[in-house]
Design a protein around this ligand. Structure first.
Ligand code: NDP
Length: 495
């Protein structure tokens, strides 16, 4: 009997009555002393941790990143230092605007967040399935996300709020066009590309620094739902993407992504015709060709969703030696915001949880706080410097100095050259990247979405947004205006 798995309380005390509460007589009121009832109900009441404000609905898997090409001329990051080297990863996919129970096939960007468990610490690349974003300054983020969530009065999603915000922020146009294309409704998580999206930097052994962008190209091929298919799937299986990933991995059909980088030298960044750190723009592949790096494979669904997926915490701040930041304003804002969100959502010791824990060396003087679950540093000193432990900063990891272009605190000038063109790349995207069918679907998806705009400002919002489409491409603007039944007068064309 002693070897048997016994039923116990959370404190390990064996007990027998799991379904019936002790009462006064078989039919009488319940006894307070049956604390197991309280333990069960009290724990149940606390099962939910705060939902992520964005990216609440998601799924994740463990896997492996394997280096296939030598990029040591760009970076000394150990994760890339040998061809064939393998590093364990955890990848979480998500939608952005929906709540935790929302449908997987909603029109939305998809989060693509990778944690690389490297010997120099955990490197988090927290990107999306699009290489760009709606805004380029983090101060706009709460306002933007409010428009993607629920209207304060009706508590429903509001196309009016969304298009009002987008039409007032022309920098959003590029991402709005990706979102409204069929890539806004991907066929699950295996058939989409991932992008680090931001500009990062790499530093090599000679302390030479260059700027990089990361691309993860799906080896399964791009596959999307049309709008109608996505809407239908919302009803048939709101957890389609979750199920598709779990089923594929469980049957041994491990999804893979080919990892690539684009590299821009510092000299090129200074000569670039537009701000290369602007998250609403891509770097042309023709000028900055993709360079092969490796393969990322997902091969294990975590045993427990809550433990590893819900508690997973990714932070763009977490870069490792040989990889660093850039002046990308959105990246700079996210460096602070993500860790702050985790401390609120999971607690100050979130990095001690198994999915977030670095499997290699961790030495610091952070102690105590809620849920210090890893021994809390034991009897080692809790201050630095001290005369007792052997922990020392390793100066080999000293950050390369960063050269600044200005010593003036200033604001963004939205009319400055290199900052004010929100239309060229969306125009190229429409004319040169989308097929004839893609274009038709884009127009129909935009018309469908804009048809939801209502209220006193309806015409104003529609006209303002139409101007942006016209400025990207006259044919696109005309097609959308026609679909919406808007008569085009000269004022829109010249706006
Ligand atoms: P390229 O022709 O070299 O690259 C175009 C890119 O578009 C390819 O990476 C392709 O990636 C991607 N693509 C193809 N179809 C779609 C689609 N329906 N929706 C979104 N992306 C698609 O051109 P450039 O680098 O000069 O860029 C031209 C335009 O392509 C940009 O203005 C931008 O809008 C778009 N784009 C550019 C990317 C970049 O990083 N340079 C990345 C993605 C899009 P694949 O087929 O492998 O998915």
């Amino acid at each position: 009997m002693s070897d048997q798995k016994k039923l116990t309380t959370a404190s390990g005390i064996p007990y027998t009555q799991h379904e019936d509460t002790m009462s006064i007589g078989a039919r009488g009121p319940l006894l307070l002393q049956d604390f197991i009832l309280h333990e069960k109900l009290a724990h149940f009441n606390r099962e939910r941790i705060p939902e992520r404000v964005v990216h609440a609905k998601g799924t994740g898997a463990y896997g492996t990143f394997t280096v296939t090409n030598d990029i040591t001329q760009y970076t000394r990051a150990k994760v890339f230092n040998t061809i064939g080297k393998q590093t364990k990863v955890f990848l979480r996919f998500s939608t952005v605007g929906g709540e935790k129970g929302s449908a997987d096939t909603e029109r939305d960007p998809r989060g693509f967040a990778v944690k690389f468990y490297t010997e120099d610490g955990n490197w988090d690349l927290v990107g999306n399935n699009t290489p760009i974003f709606f805004i380029k300054d983090p101060k706009k983020f709460p306002d933007f996300i409010h428009t993607q969530k629920r209207d304060p009065r009706t508590n429903t999603k509001s196309p009016t709020m969304m298009w009002d915000f987008w039409s007032l922020n022309p920098e959003s146009l590029h991402q709005v066009m990706f979102l409204m294309s069929d890539r806004g409704t991907p066929h699950g998580y295996r058939h989409l590309n991932g992008y680090g999206s931001h500009t990062f930097s790499m530093i090599n052994d000679n302390n030479e620094k260059m700027y990089v962008k990361f691309h993860f190209k799906t080896a399964q091929g791009i596959k999307n739902f049309t709008n109608d298919e996505a809407v239908k799937m919302k009803g048939e299986d709101p957890d389609f993407a979750q199920r598709d990933l779990v089923d594929a991995i469980d049957r041994g059909d491990f999804p893979k992504w080919n990892v690539k980088i684009q590299v821009m030298t510092i000299a090129q960044s200074k000569a670039h015709p537009f701000n290369p750190f602007d998250l609403s723009k891509v770097w042309s592949h023709k000028e900055f060709p993709l360079i092969d790096v490796g393969v990322l494979e997902l091969n294990q669904i975590p045993a427990n969703y809550f433990a590893d997926v819900e508690q997973a915490a990714f932070a763009p701040a977490h870069v490792v030696d040989g990889i660093s930041y850039s002046p990308d304003k959105m990246l700079q804002g996210r460096i602070l915001a993500y860790n702050d969100a985790h401390r609120y959502r999971i607690g100050v010791n979130y990095e001690q949880l198994p999915v977030n824990r670095c499997p290699f060396m961790v030495n610091n003087y952070q102690r105590d706080g809620a849920m210090a679950v890893n021994g809390n540093g034991g009897s080692e000193p809790n201050y630095f410097p001290n005369s007792f432990d052997e922990v020392k900063p390793d100066m080999a990891y000293k950050e390369t100095p960063m050269e600044l272009d200005s010593n003036v605190a200033d604001w963004y000038d939205r009319n400055a050259e290199g900052e004010n063109d929100h239309y060229t790349q969306p125009g190229i995207f429409y004319r040169e990247v989308l097929s004839g069918q893609d274009k038709k679907n884009l127009v129909s998806n935009i018309v469908g979405a804009m048809s939801g705009i209502s209220g006193a400002k309806k015409s104003e919002i529609i006209n303002r947004q139409l101007c942006h489409f016209f400025r990207a491409d006259i044919g696109l603007g005309m097609a959308i205006a026609q679909g919406l039944g808007v008569t085009i007068d000269e004022s829109i064309m010249q706006h």
